[in-house]
Ligand binder design. Structure first.
Ligand SMILES: [Fe+2]
Length: 298
């Protein structure tokens, strides 16, 4: 199966209207290149605004990919807590995060895209994540890596955490007979870099400086062990705003978190075959986009 992997769209009609154009162009390009499924690994919105989720859904509808067979979506930290839009928002951000109802936000995200969750498999449907979706020879497994807000432990709402309960559910899910002999692909928002490896964010420079120190995924080691012991072959993620592929414990990792940065729009098209896993990087010059695409009213 050929999977188009996009991440960190950070849709924001007010401050980043160009990201909607980039999304359209990438979808067109992916369809032209024969993508059979689209995966979006979180941070669909920049500010956790429900309206941006609707804008995203309308684009999927427009291209005929708003259905479970064509697209899969998982949640990112910006879809729950948002982020400061300007430097002056930074001081207010922690108190805004404290007001967020985490569970309600996750519920709203999943119910907004209810058609994309049709035919999914859960071991604990109430928690909504993890879930699995089987398409042909592939099993996509979506996890929720977003940590709850804490003034001391997660002051900028960008850290990740996988609690024991989710690990247990994940283990049960991976051992279900429906997933047997499928090529298992994990969809995560947070990255799995080595601790010494630097991650990057694109927010305003002050925010970038802070966020780079607070993008860690707690429980990463245990999770990597669980992946490698349960036959995971590919991990698709974003969060850190760069585009790169790497290998850990014989698993292939693709990060398209920087796909909506600067003058380029980028995605990976991952060829997920049992014996031939490869990723093709597609880059589109954003300056060409405005010439070739009708501007959407936002
Ligand atoms: Fe993120």
């Amino acid at each position: 199966m050929r999977i188009a992997h996009l991440s960190d769209l950070h849709l924001c009609s007010k401050f980043k209207p160009e990201n909607l154009l980039k999304l359209e162009k990438l979808i067109i390009e992916a369809i032209e290149k024969g993508a059979q499924h689209f995966v979006f690994t979180g941070d669909i919105t920049d500010n956790s605004n429900h309206l941006e989720l609707i804008n995203f859904k309308e684009i999927l509808i427009k291209f005929g990919i708003y259905n479970s067979k064509s697209s899969t979506v998982i949640i990112g930290n910006h879809d729950i807590f948002g982020g400061p839009q300007t430097a002056s928002d930074v001081p207010k951000f922690p108190s805004n995060c404290l007001k967020v109802n985490y569970k309600e936000k996750v519920k709203d995200f999943v119910s907004t895209f209810n058609s994309l969750f049709e035919d999914c498999i859960w071991v604990n449907k109430e928690s909504l994540f993890p879930f699995a979706k089987v398409i042909n020879n592939v099993a996509l497994i979506g996890i929720n890596t977003i940590d709850e807000y804490s003034f001391f432990k997660n002051p900028f709402a960008s850290n990740g955490r996988i609690k024991k309960e989710q690990r247990k559910d994940l283990l049960k899910l991976l051992s279900l007979p429906q997933l047997k002999n499928k090529l298992k692909i994990i969809l995560s928002h947070h990255h799995f870099y080595h601790n010494k490896e630097k991650s990057s964010s694109s927010e305003n420079s002050f925010w970038e400086h802070i966020e780079n120190y607070t993008m860690k995924l707690k429980g990463k080691k245990k999770l990597l062990k669980l992946f490698s012991e349960n036959d995971i072959k590919i991990v698709l993620h974003g969060h850190s705003h760069e585009v790169k592929q790497y290998k850990r414990k014989e698993m292939y990792f693709f990060n398209t978190g920087g796909g909506f940065e600067g003058d380029l729009s980028q995605m990976y098209i991952v060829n997920a075959f049992p014996f031939d896993i490869s990723g093709e990087l597609c880059q589109i010059d954003f300056n060409d986009i405005e010439k070739n695409i009708e501007v959407i009213a936002v």
